[in-house]
Structure formats: C-alpha cells, structure tokens
Write a protein that binds this ligand. Sequence first.
Ligand code: IPM
Ligand code: MG
Length: 350
Amino acid sequence: MREVKVVLLPGDGIGPEVVGEARRLVDRVADLDGVRVVWESHAVGGCAIDRYGIPLPEGVLEACAASDAVLLGAVGGPKWDTTSPDDPRPEQALLALRAGLGLFANLRPVKPIPALYGASPLRTERIEGTDLLVVRELTGGIYFGESGREGDRAFDTCSYTRAEIRRVAEVAFESALARRRKVTSVDKANVLESSRLWRDEVIRVAAEHPDVELEHMLVDSAAMQLVSRPADFDVIVTENLFGDILSDEAAMISGSIGMLPSASLGGHGPGLYEPVHGSAPDIANQGIANPIATCLSAALMLRYSLDAPHAALAIETAVEQVVGLGYSTRDLGGTCSTHEMGELLISAAG
Ligand code: IPM
Ligand code: MG
C-alpha cells in the first residue's frame, strides 16, 4: 500500500456534511490503485474565526503545503458577513490558500449527465453534447490587486503580467490537446487594458500550439453564448473574476451547481480540490445537501494529485450510475439525503 496524506478542510455550512461523504467514498475506492489515504483535518473559514479569531489559523497553510493534496468543503455564511474593511472574513482563508500554494489554474469541467438533462433550466436540445472545461486564472486580477478605501471612495485594481497570463494559457492549451483542440479566450479587450495584454499574450501562446484552434470572445457575449450554444465550447480560458462568474453560469447547464467539481493546480506543491458551490447556509445541518460535487472533486484529486486513476474513474462511474438510476438529492428534485447519496455512491463504486 502506498500511503498519501490529504489535508481535509471541511469549512462552514454544508462543507462538513459533503466532505464527510467524499472522505468515506475515497477510503472505499483508493485501494483500487493500492493507495491508503491518511487524513488530517483543520478548521478554516468562519469556524476558524469563531475558534481562533482568524480565518486561516497558523500552521494550516504549512500543513497543506506538506501534504499530497487538499480537499475543501466550502467557507462563509451570513454569520460572518461584514462590510467593515477591518473585520476578518471566511473567504480570506480560501484566497490565502490559493495564493500561498501558488494555485494559479482552476479547472472546472462541465459535462451534464444525460439523465439530468431535464433538471437544467435550459432545453435539452441546447445542452445535449455539452462537454466544456473552464480554466480560470486564480491568483491574479482584481481578486489580488491593490485595493482600499479612502474616505467615501473604494477601489479594487485588476492587474496582470504576461507571465501570469502565459502560464494559465499554457494549461488551457495543454488541456485542449487532450480534448477537442479548441480554446476560447474570454476577455473584455474592447474596454480593459489588462484584457488587451491578456489577448496579446494568449495569441503568443497559441502560436506555440498550432494544433489548437483559438477564438477570442468578449465576456458579455460569452455569458450569452454559454446558454445559447454551450455544446460549441471546448476549453474556456479567462481571468479570475470573469471565470468566477462564468463558471457559476456554466454550472446550471448540468442542472445544479451541486454537481460541479473543481481542481486548483499550479505550483510544485499539492493541488486543492473543492466543489464549485458555496457553503449554502440555508440548508446546512439538515443532511440534504448534494455531496456529488465534492465527490467528483475528490475524483479529480485522485487522478491529478494522488496518481490513482482507477479510483477516480470508479467515483465518476458511480455518479453516472446512481444518477442514471434516478436517485438525486433535493436540489435536483429528488429525495435522497446527503448520507443516502453517499451510501449509494459507495455501493456503486465498490
Ligand atoms: C469560488 C467562490 C470564491 C471565489 C469565493 C468564496 C471567494 O465563489 O470558488 O468560485 O470567488 O473565488
Ligand atoms: Mg464562485
């Protein structure tokens, strides 16, 4: 047995519930690749603010950096919402982890399961065949630019360097090579200087990948085309804030944001895996949250960070099977509890 260490960051709201099911599922399938997972849990986000007064307690970033992978639930909730610039916020933990681990590329695959076509607000004939990957830049742009308040004025700055654009564009082009070989670069080059640099650098990266087709799209138009002809997209690469917004929009193609996983990669250290959805405080502690996005994130973790491709595939196949049989949680109109869905996935996978 090969032992690997995974840091578990359950976080707030439904985070602990969904992460709990993913952990049990991983424990069940990991030996398909001869892997045994040693888990180490830490508090981050709102629960860490309650316990320690800060969202990312001392030592957690170091523990993550020393692990093979990080699996995160979700952070945040109305309890910690604040408009004061001086109060701690749960989301700071997530941003500090992304920056501290150098996770500049966030991969969000969107491939609706045919059994759920009817659950999407979009008509089946529009979403049929959709299989796209959002590659979101994750450690730059307006999320990390200079910001502040001066009297009655506040500002956030969007800035990018060529090097930051190049490395995420390379991830997009490399990903496209293993897919349908098309990259859509989304920007706002008709208005923003940072977008014009983005476009210019993406064109340079494209020149080094002659087998991949590149198209540029303005973000407002991309928002529209994502719902009018989603199946035409292959890889979408875009800056941090545009990627945040477009990936939530793309999530609804699969019927529920409760289905969408993500992988944050980059540095030489571990990757971070988390569902695209948030902490859903309105349904927390009721045992009804959909654990599938977190389970699929765990599958990405097994594949990209833990060298356990059979275990990853077992989870993905189990999800398709269980959902295909008509089982779902309430977000998709079903009646399964979080735990029941976890149980169904475990028996289908192993
Ligand atoms: C996401 C989330 C985060 C983001 C929040 C919680 C800071 O919305 O991962 O998409 O904006 O990046
Ligand atoms: Mg988001």
